[in-house]
Design a binder for this molecule. Structure first.
Ligand code: AMP
Ligand code: MG
Length: 404
């Protein structure tokens, strides 16, 4: 049995960034940018009005006041999308709409709410400063400047920024294909009634949701009965057609737990097969050529815990995100907890902030067969392997999982 840090180090060492592909902009959300993006334009590409109002010369408003208004001649109207060649002269104004180019000669825009008109004249009652309500040429970014740095995660805001820069496709890191094999003779599909001895195959659904939630591809091979030859064929097929293989169940020491034996038979390099974590001890990690193989325990909450802790950072690293460290913070356990020493325990809890500090409340039994406890939890408290029992009030490290 190895500890969590060792396991993560081994997985990290074996995980390689997959490579780069060009993708359409909208298909790149949550991927990682694999190139520096430079601006192909000055933005905005012209002096732009930020208000509906009048383009004027600020010098024409010198000494204007309520008592002593200034009068300018309105020469015409400029709407967004227009471009006029005319140069504004002293004593003149153009009506201008938000987003329209400010004409040559004008150096300020006065907003429509602040003026009055009389025939074809504009009346101004205050002094207007130069550059008022003008978004200057190149103010947002200059032609050739670095706009978005390589290795940035592409969020909706980056999609918008890239669109404004005229990038309809970009280089991003590839996402892995993750093959799923679900083992167990007791399993039936979730649409079936459960007969004697059977349970519904929830793990396939949890795993699909976890993998697609990371924007990786799923190759689901469905339920495979606890039959060694059949399972071996499926495992070989999965290794040929994916980057990462995950098996659910059959990874422990039971009579029908064949996954580890098969891995040995096909010549996979087994790196470890037990981790000091609870839930989720029987995790086998192996490599086969460039492929990674995670044999995860069948218990529904063990599989989610071990996926989050060991598989997720590996998938993310392949996609260019380096997430092997996670953020933990001090949390006060609000109830007595009893367990054994020997393994690091992930205790599923409800974390709430009370008077400025985080407190962890009980949500149910920590039996690794129970998904409901996990579903009621919003975080975990980590009980170190040297500690078995924890008294209420003790502060340990914790973190949020899935949601706050
Ligand atoms: P195993 O790791 O195969 O020994 O399974 C451990 C426990 O998890 C048993 O109680 C199984 O019935 C349960 N289990 C295994 N596979 C699944 C699955 N796909 N969905 C829900 N529960 C499962
Ligand atoms: Mg089984």
């Amino acid at each position: 049995m190895i500890n969590i840090e060792e396991a993560l180090n081994i997985i990290n060492k074996e995980t390689k960034i997959l490579g780069i592909e060009k993708r359409d902009l909208l298909d790149s959300v949550n991927r990682v940018l694999a190139e520096d993006i430079y601006s192909k334009d000055n933005l905005p590409p012209f002096n732009k009005s930020s208000k509906d109002g009048y383009a004027i010369k600020s010098s024409d408003t010198f000494n204007c006041s309520r008592e002593n208004s200034c009068k300018l001649k309105i020469k015409g109207i400029i709407k967004a999308g227009d471009f006029i060649e005319d140069t504004l002269k002293n004593g003149e104004a153009y009506k201008i709409m938000t987003g329209a180019p400010v004409p040559k000669g004008a150096d300020a825009v006065i907003k429509i709410e602040d003026i009055e008109t009389e025939d074809n004249n504009l009346l101004i009652f205050e002094e207007i400063e130069k550059d008022n309500n003008i978004i200057k040429f190149g103010e947002e970014i200059k032609l050739g400047d670095l706009a978005i740095k390589k290795d940035c995660v592409i969020r909706p805001v980056e999609i918008g920024a890239l669109a404004s820069l005229g990038y309809s496709n970009i280089n991003v890191y590839k996402a892995p294909t993750v093959a799923l094999i679900i083992t167990g003779d007791e399993l039936v599909d979730i649409n079936s009634n459960i007969e004697k001895g059977q349970i519904r195959n929830s793990n396939e659904y949890s795993l699909k949701a976890l993998v697609t939630g990371l924007n990786a591809e799923v190759l689901s091979l469905g339920i495979v009965s606890d039959d060694k030859e059949n399972l071996k064929e499926k495992m070989k097929y999965a290794l040929e057609n994916s980057d990462i293989v995950i098996t659910s169940g059959g990874a422990s020491v039971g009579d029908y737990d064949f996954v580890k034996d098969i891995l040995k038979e096909i010549g996979a390099d087994i790196k470890f097969s037990k981790i000091a974590i609870k839930p989720g001890k029987p995790v086998t990690f192996a490599t086969f050529k460039e492929k990674l193989f995670f044999a995860l325990p069948g218990n529904p909450s063990s599989i989610i815990t071990t996926f989050q802790k060991f598989v997720k950072p590996s998938i993310e690293k392949m996609m260019g995100k380096d997430n092997f460290d996670s953020e933990e913070f001090p949390v006060k356990l609000m109830y007595d907890f009893h367990d054994e020493v020997g393994r690091e325990k992930y205790v599923y809890v409800q974390i709430k902030k009370v008077d400025g500090s985080y407190c962890a409340y009980k949500v149910g039994s920590q039996c690794s067969n129970h998904l409901m406890t996990m579903s009621r939890a919003n975080g975990i408290v980590i009980v170190p392997k040297e500690i078995g029992d924890v008294k209420a009030g003790q502060v340990l490290n914790g973190k949020f999982i899935f949601r706050k």
